[in-house]
Design a protein around this ligand. Sequence first.
Ligand code: ZN
Length: 146
Amino acid sequence: MDLRDLYQEVILDHNKRPRNFGTLEGASHSTGHNPMCGDRVSVYVRMDQGKVGDVRFSGTGCAISKASASLMTDAVTGKSSDEVRTMFLMFQDVVTGRAEPDEEQLGKLAVLAGVSEYPSRVKCAMLAWHALQAAIEGAAEIVSTE
Ligand code: ZN
């Protein structure tokens, strides 16, 4: 199976069965909106000792935005906020075509490298990541006041 077939299959699979779909009550959250496409994704995150303990997403949007959010929640669980930031930057480079996907570092996220062929979809793929960053920054603020 080549990467293009895998790309289609992973996107279909995550749309049919989105991982970690839903909300987390009392968790830090942020909503991202991509007016170009009409995607709206909310990401909820609960940090546990500096790491992503629990993460969910909800919202509506195109297949890419949903699959990307679903893949992201799987990928970042158990990662520190620094590791999430590194992954965010690496993923951004891959979907914009600035870097080749490193499957060892990105795991299944590497499949979304196919997005780089469609520049108008980059925002769709990045939406959940921006919301996650904002939610983690919000979570960090809450933690620092304790
Ligand atoms: Zn979209």
